[in-house]
Design a protein around this ligand. Structure first.
Ligand code: HEC
Length: 181
């Protein structure tokens, strides 16, 4: 009986809460003409400041995944880093050239190292990448943002999974970065 009462209360709470959220979502902040609404939405898309947080977190995760020989995870993190980079290229088109440049000069070698499962070379290429990242910060007036490899990865995912990966599997994850569509 008490259990049923509690359940009713909880469900009731969820319903009322849900209805309140609906009203909240409906209390339209997105107003005006379609053009104005699109502008409002465009203005809240992530710019480089937000993109760079995810971008840099993924780079650190990639490094530590490779170190733990979780090459699938390393490939995944690099691929996802490039995806968020592309969001930055879209919302900040005047930075797109520099970002693509770093992708070609510094991220593609990392992709190859992952496919080759070569951690020593990846460590070198990671250092080269850090230099290019920070050169862009310097060049865009953010010289005080000096990225460095964190002392540990940000991801809560277990990196040391003892799995093995074929070249083909890694190439598939990395796609474009290793010349695959
Ligand atoms: C287009 C040149 C450019 C490249 C290339 C670039 N960045 Fe950035 N980065 C920026 C700019 C500009 C900001 C400041 C963003 C803002 O406030 O608009 C930034 C901010 C950051 C921040 C600060 C994020 C925060 O707020 O905590 C980090 C960390 C960062 N970048 C890491 C990296 C890493 C790692 C790479 C290379 C893998 C990289 N960046 C490559 C331009 C670049």
């Amino acid at each position: 009986m008490i259990k049923k009462l509690l359940l009713a209360l909880v469900l009731g709470g969820i319903l009322i809460g849900g209805a309140a959220m609906l009203t909240f979502a409906d209390s339209s902040w997105l107003t005006g003409t379609t053009d104005k609404k699109l502008n409002t939405l465009a203005n809240i898309q992530p710019g480089l400041g937000t993109v760079m947080i995810e971008y840099s977190n993924r780079m650190g995760n990639m490094y530590y995944a490779a170190k733990a020989k979780n090459w699938g995870m390393a490939a995944y993190q690099l691929k996802e880093a490039v995806e968020i980079q592309e969001v930055g290229e879209t919302t900040r088109p005047n930075r797109a050239g520099l970002l693509k440049g770093v992708e070609n000069s510094s991220l593609k070698p990392l992709a190859r190292d992952i496919v080759n499962k070569d951690f020593p070379t990846l460590q070198n290429d990671f250092n080269t990448m850090v230099t290019s990242c920070n050169a862009c910060h310097m060049g865009t007036g953010y010289g005080y943002i000096a990225y460095e490899l964190p002392t540990q990865p940000i991801t809560p995912a277990k990196l040391d999974t003892n799995q093995s990966f074929t070249k083909e599997q890694l190439e598939k994850i990395l796609g474009d970065l290793v010349g695959n569509k």
